[in-house]
Design a protein around this ligand. Structure first.
Ligand SMILES: Cc1ncc(COP(=O)(O)O)c(C=O)c1O
Length: 357
């Protein structure tokens, strides 16, 4: 079976050597030495000052929204994983969907201002597939209207824009370290901010909002364990190697696929890609489903990602129309991609797709 992804597992003995440290000191969680070491390593790798290592890529979005002064409307993208919308609803805010750019598949910054009302509190945009949102335009709009910018950077780890980590943009940028991601801690996530006060608050918030006997505000359990941090410490030094191996797979797909009948996002100028995903958009949903069937019959499992367009979620009564997202969502799949995917498998997948277009 060739799945859309395969979790990278580091050297077993190295992981066990970290476990040995945990067994020796008896500290399993609550901001232990490995979690602190990973946090430091992540800050160095990303070149950011403030970062909090947390339980997953969803809780960190909730924590960012929790820092808003009051709930309200959140301008967001319809083309993302459902978590991006769920957190808005979970935090009793109202998602306001703004369509995506037909080239980058990230939120269309030119449509944002028209969606701002006096109830708008923040812009929550996703760096889709590790592509960069229009960070400069979004920052200008946010400054003008006094809005907070939160980037869902679940896909953005290892991607740089204009020589800075993509995660360094915005008031907050979150990341997922789920086992399906190019850098993972089994389950995990992080939140980056540019503000020391927010960083302090986020560290406190992920630990129930209290320090010892001093209780400051409503917090949550957003922290992560030493076992998860150990996985991160094993994987972090391998990130550039993993990205290079993924690039080779992506380059081969790009060379082999029939672009007369397929479309892909345009990666923005100034982006140093992380090769986190390999999305392809078919001419029609019927064509995509037919090709997916053929791949499935050959034990190859691409993933519909993202589908549906989030403004069409059945539990929402969203009235916004997002024609670009609604057109791409039913036609897109992500092809199998991981650092260890044999190139002969890539050739076979590309041939099967081309034969059935
Ligand atoms: C865009 C996006 N946001 C948020 C998440 C949630 O991350 P996690 O699974 O770590 O909670 C994901 C997960 O894949 C995602 O793709």
């Amino acid at each position: 079976m060739i799945n859309v992804t395969k979790t990278y597992l580091p050297d077993f003995d190295q992981y066990v050597s970290y476990l040995k440290k945990i067994w020796d000191n008896g500290i399993l969680t609550n901001n232990g030495p490995l979690a602190r070491e990973l946090e430091k390593g992540l800050k160095e790798y990303l070149g950011v000052e403030y970062l909090s290592f947390c339980g997953n890529g969803t809780i960190v979005l909730q924590m960012a929204l929790k820092l808003l002064d009051e709930p309200g409307e959140i301008i967001t993208t319809p083309f993302s994983y459902v978590a991006t919308t769920n957190v808005v609803l979970w935090e009793n805010c109202q998602p306001v969907f703004v369509d995506i750019d037909p080239k980058t598949y990230c939120i269309n910054s030119e449509l944002i201002e028209a969606a701002i009302t006096e109830r708008t509190r923040a812009i929550l945009a996703t760096h889709v597939y590790g592509n960069a949102c229009d960070v400069e335009a979004i920052e200008k709009i946010a400054k003008k209207h006094n809005l907070i910018v939160i980037y869902d950077g679940a896909h953005a780890f290892g991607a740089n824009f204009n020589d800075r980590s993509l995660l360094s943009y915005g008031d907050f940028a979150t990341c997922s370290f789920h086992a399906t991601k190019l850098f993972h801690t089994v389950e995990g996530g992080a939140i980056v901010t540019n503000n020391s006060k927010w960083d302090e608050k986020l560290h406190l918030m992920r630990a129930f909002g209290h320090r010892g006997d001093d209780y400051y505000f409503v917090g949550i359990n957003g922290k992560n364990s030493e076992m998860h941090a150990a996985m991160g410490l094993c994987n972090l030094p391998l990130v550039s190697q993993l990205i290079a191996a993924r690039k080779a797979v992506c380059d081969l797909y790009t060379e082999l696929l029939d672009w007369n009948h397929l479309q892909a996002p345009e990666w923005v100028i100034g982006l140093e890609r992380n090769y986190a995903y390999y999305p392809v958009v078919f001419e029609s949903e019927a064509k995509m489903l037919a090709v997916r069937d053929v791949l499935n019959q050959n034990d190859i499992v691409p993933r519909r990602y993202f589908y549906p367009s989030l403004n069409k979620l059945p539990f929402l009564n969203a009235t916004e129309s997002c024609p670009v997202s609604e057109s791409i969502s039913p036609r897109v799949v992500c092809l199998p991609l991981h650092a260890e995917l044999p190139h002969e498998d890539v050739r076979r997948i590309a041939a099967l797709i081309n034969q059935n277009l």
